[in-house]
Design a protein around this ligand. Structure first.
Ligand code: TXA
Ligand code: MG
Length: 332
């Protein structure tokens, strides 16, 4: 349903009644429920097939909705909110007793963000509830960046999917923990450099960003242990110059696919899906998840994916691709 006044009112009614609603945000579509209603939140885990130990992000539409969710609001948190909200940043703080354990998967902390999408904000304002909302995909598949993707995953499982058009950012929010010294748990459109600048101190990078967890190791952010963003195909991330990539693709099995930048598909001797423009991280983030879903539709079994340039701005995209590739990388 397109996200007009009637749709917003219907969504608010459903959410107040403890039901789920899929709605657009600027990052990816979310599967929302009243964060303070344990039954409703439990239903999110059930519908997504999400592991019980993976906590949810709580979405707010105004700063005064934050205070009741946390034990206290430190100066650092307010600084980040001022610099980046509404926007693609999630901030983790020690939680208050108002937040049920199921929402935070039993953790002592709660992740909160204020999305920058008129539809999401309107729905939160209309129901007056903080909304727990993970990405609106089935657990394990790439996050949805259009209402169509939500329908593909959730058709018949949720009473309402709001259509707010394609997501402007395209990868999930940056997640930073302020439980102790600032730590970046998940990179996104708000970069580590921008966070450090706003805070006036260096933000540490969680180690789990760049390597798979060892067996039995406990992640700081439980979401990072799953093979996320994964199409059904085996993905191999390829770093290096275009000419070498094209040579590699030429030697690849006949049924291999390329995941490439605009224009490169014409040079490749294998079928390709395009995910963005070379050297344009914003377009890459916008196109990545749709491209991964497209590869599934095409029945791809092996995919050689062009890596974005390394850097602060591409860290979020690289991180998603690394996970889609289950950490299998070829450096040319
Ligand atoms: O952009 C986004 O953040 C989207 C939209 C819908 O807002 N939501 C999203 O939610 O990506 P989800 O559930 O797919 O990812 C939440 C991530 C997971 O990696 C989870 O482990 C982490 O945030 N997380 C949530 N609460 C946490 C906590 N208290 N401590 C550490 N990590 C937490
Ligand atoms: Mg997710």
């Amino acid at each position: 349903m397109p996200c007009g006044d009637a749709a917003v009112a219907a969504a608010a009614r459903l959410l107040k009644a403890g039901k789920l609603v899929a709605l657009p945000t600027e990052t990816v579509y979310g599967l929302a429920a009243d964060a303070s209603n344990p039954e409703a939140v439990r239903r999110i885990f059930e519908v997504k097939g999400r592991p019980q130990d993976n906590p949810l992000i709580v979405h707010i539409a105004a700063l005064d909705m934050w205070e009741p969710l946390v034990r206290f609001l430190p100066e650092r948190a307010l600084r980040l909110a001022k610099a980046f909200w509404p926007g693609p940043l999630t901030v983790i703080l020690p939680k208050s007793d108002n937040v049920p354990d199921v929402t935070t998967a039993g953790l002592d902390s709660v992740a909160v963000r204020m999305p920058d999408h008129a539809c999401a904000r309107a729905v939160i304002a209309a129901c007056g509830l903080p909304l727990a909302a993970p990405s609106a995909n089935l657990s394990g598949s790439p996050s949805p960046t259009s209402a169509r993707h939500c329908l593909d995953d959730l058709s018949g499982k949720v009473p309402l999917i709001l259509d707010g058009g394609p997501c402007a950012v395209g990868i999930e929010s940056t997640v930073v923990s302020l439980v102790g010294a600032p730590v970046l748990l998940r990179p996104g459109a708000v970069t580590a450099g921008q966070l450090s600048e706003a805070l006036g101190e260096q933000v540490a990078l969680s180690e789990a960003l760049t390597r798979p967890l060892a067996q039995g190791e406990r992640p700081t952010s439980p979401g990072m242990k799953y093979r996320h963003y994964a199409p059904k195909a085996k993905v191999i991330l390829v770093e290096g110059p275009l000419a070498d990539y094209l040579k590699l693709l030429r030697r690849a099995p006949a049924d291999a696919f390329g995941l490439v930048f605009f224009g490169e598909e014409q040079l490749a001797e294998r079928p390709c899906v395009v995910y963005g423009a070379a050297h344009d991280p914003k377009s890459q983030a916008r196109g990545l998840f749709a491209a991964l879903r497209r590869l599934d539709e095409l029945g791809a079994r092996v995919v050689y994916a062009r890596s974005p340039d390394p850097g602060d701005e591409t860290m979020g995209i690289y991180n998603r691709m690394l996970r889609a590739a289950a950490f299998e990388v070829i450096v040319l």
